[in-house]
Design a protein around this ligand. Structure first.
Ligand SMILES: *[C@@H]1O[C@H](CO)[C@@H](O)[C@H](O)[C@H]1NC(C)=O
Length: 231
């Protein structure tokens, strides 16, 4: 009886381990028909080299108010990645730019510094921080699901390339998830010891519209204040 339970436990552990990463491919490739991670493939005889290349990250994306821009290249924008269990992100930092604390629920990330000097780190489940300044050419790994963060501490723009062991790692930015969502205000005030005034300031900053406003303003940086008035 105990043996049976043990075997069952081992089997369960294997199943859990297998579920913890993207499934193995069962074909050479499976170019996604639609950008929804549905794993339905377009007819492979119609595949061309264009399905396996991506040109969308030659230059930085739109910068947010935090001086940070990221362009996720997952299977939604690059259908050729579908079923292959990998994806990546280009991230650019203005001087002092910050990639706010965030995590990827479905992937470990390896980040390579292409340019610049970036204070980079993560927090484990004991709240221990592992962080240091990375220079051009250096690499850091952020274990799956752990909160991590980066800041450009150099005197010029910085760029990193992050790689994920999932075609769709997911992204949860802590400030947005907490203050930009519809969690009951009373709960947030109690949880963070905030007055309703302090909370509404944070909520305004993280509201979905703030991201759009940040983008618009980054495009017209000299018109920053004007831009804020418009929106
Ligand atoms: C894929 O395309 C080829 C060539 O057009 C065709 O012969 C084949 O039947 C198609 N396969 C499927 C499953 O539609």
């Amino acid at each position: 009886m105990i043996n049976k339970v043990a075997v069952l436990l081992v089997v369960l552990l294997f199943i859990i381990a297998a579920l913890a990463s993207d499934p193995d491919p069962v074909m050479d490739f499976c170019i996604a028909k639609s950008p929804d991670n549905s794993f339905s493939c377009k007819n492979s005889s119609t595949a061309t080299v264009e399905d396996f290349t991506y040109s969308g990250i030659k230059s930085p994306g739109n910068f947010k108010q935090t001086g940070f821009s990221s362009m996720a290249v997952n299977s939604n924008v690059f259908p050729g990645l579908n079923t292959l269990g990998v994806s990546f992100v280009r991230a650019d930092f203005g001087v002092g730019g910050v990639n706010v604390p965030h995590f990827h629920p479905r992937a470990t990330e390896v980040a390579f510094v292409l340019e610049g000097k970036i204070y980079s780190g993560f927090v484990d489940t004991n709240n221990k921080v592992f962080a240091k300044v990375l220079e051009k050419g250096e690499v850091m790994v952020f274990p799956r699901g752990l909160v991590h963060f980066q800041m450009n501490v150099g005197d010029r723009p910085a760029t990193i390339l992050g790689s994920f062991d999932s075609q769709n790692p997911g992204l949860m930015r802590i400030p947005n998830a907490v203050f930009g969502s519809d969690i009951k205000e009373e709960l947030l005030e109690k949880a963070f010891g905030l007055s309703s005034k302090e909370l509404s300031k944070l909520k305004k900053r993280e509201a979905p519209m703030a991201a759009i406003r940040g983008k618009t303003c980054a495009c017209f940086l000299p018109l920053f204040t004007h831009c804020l008035v418009i929106h």
